[in-house]
Design a protein around this ligand. Structure first.
Ligand code: BGC
Length: 739
């Protein structure tokens, strides 16, 4: 009799479980059915390397390992791998099948990936320029296109959570993640980052599938005091609110579903262990209510790096009390045990655990994972297409910045070109880091169907017109001799110099100056008296001041992606008219890196005149093969009131012979502030296409709350009466804000 009752109970219970899951999905009902182990499993994210056969990122599933893991530890999320579409497809299908069909509650997995510049962890993925270069396009529509292609190429294999975009504002080029950001200006980061998020999270083409973006890394990561990755930042709260918070705030307005925490230390506290930063600021003040995930192994870091907890159990308490929902544990299960112990000791409450699990289940629900947990063959038709490659070419062309051009570019198609330097014949230098591998795959593992700069120049200028020098750097006198020999037949020397790809701490440096052996190569090229064109393939501005003076042209290509070589060749040949502008300031000297919107200093008052040149190339600088002239700057009034608006307009004319695109950058300077104000701040930007001879009037509507107010150290915005200067190009006008 007892057995019958028990059986009936189990039967009804499982019916109830299935009913809850099928009604897809009442999160609270599901939560009420979960055991403690199942809940903590949802809060744990493991690396795929723990369930692959050889522990690598290639996707050969160790089925037994995986089944054991999911049944015993109830893991709810995995991350990181690199393989072909076919392998991804089978792998994700297999693991979701186990999660959905062989576990008690059938909760699907959420799978994280760093597709930070296209589908960069899929062998056939389209690789776009990194964010820093995308920012140099100042083009929201382009970012939207790139985000959409990234989603279209990510969704078909069941990857549903992209750890992108980076919303850190790059304030020092010493920081090795400079290239992952949208540059040094907070507004540019906010506008482009939120455009990416909106486009990535809402893609009708992949319906019924949906993807989540992840705003990272909250907060204050990108201005480490000593430049090294994850070394401490000391940022005054006022600056934090004015410079670092706005891109995140805008991302929340754009509906970003998840956020990753900075694993560094800010103002003396590890951010992932800070109740003030994650609870008071992020949750309460900024109102973020999505899922908060730590960065990789951050509980371990609290013990080994920050030393604010004596052991991992204490660190776990810090992190959960701060407000983290999911721990990116990667390869250790101690988190699970520690949470259990902390609960039984009464140091953590079940309400805290439930709040996090509820958010995670809600995310899975919003992504439609309960209905569509498996990858889709149908969507595979839209990956790796000619159309997607066209977007990659457009992105590279629109983000490569022409920094200098002394009557040399475009090159005529009969020019004999010598291509040399570390980027001359390398695909790795184009795709850069986070491409098939964290550090960028080795040369032999790069895609077959892409060109190096040498190859793209040959296809553009003709095989017989382009020569390759094998000299990448001048280390010995023999290198120099060989290089000089190679230059003999050339009319022009194109040198692709810069930085071998690096990620995170692997890019820590002590000196921003370009490597001496590459500078030697440039010097040797200049000494031939032949025109030299520098192509900079680098993740941040490396100092080249002396050499830049001796060459005829300089292009900043950054890491321009899979079509990068063709884009550079198109710019060299004039097929493409460059249109990008620097989204960062290119330093003059390694010891003096200063963003454009710095605070005023003593120059001109007690000391000596301000230097005529503060940067090698300033923020916003970018040349074209045509010229643009600004005229007739006007304001609708000289007075603005707090709730009013002012209309500004200016005329831009293409005074050159070919069609071109100008980046219009509107700045405002606040003359006097109760808190010291930057020398000027970018308030609005726009791209303008103009045919030869064409003139357009462009407009900017000044709104005091959006463009004149600034935050205090509590993050409360002040709007102060007084004089403001509107600046565009070399034109300016003053206006006043009255009460
Ligand atoms: C990086 C994150 C990244 C994570 C997962 C970390 O080392 O800081 O940006 O999302 O790894 O790959």
């Amino acid at each position: 009799m007892h057995k019958i009752v028990l059986f009936a109970f189990i039967f009804c219970y499982s019916l109830q479980v299935n009913a809850v899951i099928k009604s897809s999905t009442n999160v609270d009902s599901l939560l009420s059915l979960m055991t403690l182990d199942e809940k903590i499993g949802q809060m744990t994210q493991m690396c795929f390397s723990t369930i692959t056969l050889d522990g690598s990122k290639s996707l050969d599933l160790n089925v037994d390992n995986f089944k054991q893991l999911i049944k015993q530890q109830h893991i709810g999320s995995f991350l990181s791998g690199s393989d072909s579409y076919a392998k991804w497809f089978d792998f994700v299908t297999a693991i979701q099948k186990v999660a959905v069909e062989e576990t008690r509650l059938g909760i699907p997995l959420i799978i994280g990936i760093d597709h930070v510049h296209g589908a960069n962890y899929i062998n056939e993925g389209t690789i776009f320029p990194h964010n820093l270069m995308m920012a140099c396009s100042f083009d929201k529509t382009l970012i939207e296109k790139v985000a959409k292609v990234t989603a279209i190429e990510t969704a078909p294999v069941g990857l549903n959570w992209n750890f992108s975009p980076v919303l850190d504002v790059a304030r020092t080029p010493y920081w090795p993640r400079f290239y992952e950001t949208f540059g040094e200006d907070s507004r540019v980061c906010a506008e482009l980052g939120s455009a990416y998020i909106k486009a990535y999270q809402y893609v009708p083409e992949i319906a019924p599938y949906k993807l989540s973006a992840c705003a990272k890394h909250f907060i204050g990561y990108s201005d480490p005091k000593y430049g090294y990755d994850r070394s401490p930042s000391e940022i005054p709260m006022q600056t934090l609110h004015e410079v670092f918070v706005p891109p995140f705030r805008k991302a929340f307005e754009a509906g970003v579903k998840t956020l990753m925490v900075n694993s560094g230390e800010l103002n003396g506290e590890p951010v992932h262990g800070s109740k003030f930063l994650l609870d008071t600021l992020l949750r309460r003040q900024l109102g973020f209510n999505g899922v908060i995930v730590t960065d990789i192994k951050d509980i371990e870091r609290i013990v080994k790096m920050h030393h604010t907890a004596a052991n991992e159990k204490e660190a776990t308490l810090q992190v959960i009390n701060a407000g983290v929902d999911m721990y990116m544990a990667c390869n250790s299960y101690t988190f699970i045990q520690h949470v259990k112990e902390l609960l039984s000791e009464g140091k953590l409450s079940m309400a805290q655990i439930d709040a996090s699990v509820r958010r995670i289940l809600q995310l899975k629900k919003e992504l439609g994972l309960f209905e569509n947990p498996y990858p889709s063959k149908k969507l595979l038709d839209a990956v790796n297409t000619t159309e997607n490659r066209k977007v990659a070419l457009e992105a590279a062309e629109k983000s490569i910045v022409l920094l200098k051009n002394e009557d040399i570019l475009p090159l005529s198609n009969s020019t004999k070109i010598l291509v040399a330097g570390i980027g001359a014949n390398s695909k790795r230098m184009l795709n850069g880091p986070w491409s098939f591998d964290w550090l960028g795959a080795a040369e032999a593992q790069q895609p077959q169907n892409m060109l190096t700069l040498f190859e793209a120049c040959k296809s553009t200028f003709g095989n017989n017109n382009v020569l390759l020098s094998k000299t990448e750097r001048i280390l010995t006198s023999a290198d120099k001799k060989q290089f000089l020999k190679d230059t003999r037949k050339a009319d022009v020397i194109v040198l692709a110099v810069g930085e071998q790809p690096y990620s995170e701490f692997m890019g820590n440096i002590n000196d921003l100056t370009l490597d001496a052996d590459q500078l030697e190569l440039i010097d040797a090229a200049i000494a031939t008296k032949k025109p030299v064109v520098l192509v900079l393939m680098e993740g941040r501005p490396r100092v080249i001041t002396k050499q830049a003076a001796g060459v005829k042209a300089v292009l900043f290509a950054g890491y321009p992606g899979i079509e990068g070589a063709q884009a550079i060749a198109n710019i060299l040949s004039g097929k493409t008219n460059p249109s990008a502008s620097l989204a960062f300031s290119y330093p003059l000297a390694a010891g003096h890196t200063i963003p454009y919107n710095h605070k005023p200093s003593e120059f001109n008052i007690y000391w000596k005149p301000e230097p005529a040149q503060k940067w090698l190339y300033p923020f916003g600088h970018g040349l074209s093969y045509t010229q643009f002239e600004y005229s007739d700057l006007q304001l609708s009034d000289t007075i603005i009131t707090p709730n009013g608006t002012l209309k500004a307009s200016v005329k831009i004319k293409n005074a050159g012979k070919i069609r071109g695109t100008e980046t219009a950058l509107w700045y405002i300077k606040d003359e006097v502030g109760s808190i010291s104000r930057p020398v000027k701040s970018l308030k609005f930007f726009e791209k303008i296409d103009l045919n030869s001879g064409e003139e357009k009037t462009i407009h900017f509507e000044i709104n005091p709350q959006q463009h004149l107010a600034f935050p205090d150290k509590a993050g409360l915005y002040r709007l102060e009466p007084g004089r403001y200067q509107l600046i565009i190009d070399n034109k300016s006008l003053w206006f006043s804000l009255n009460n």
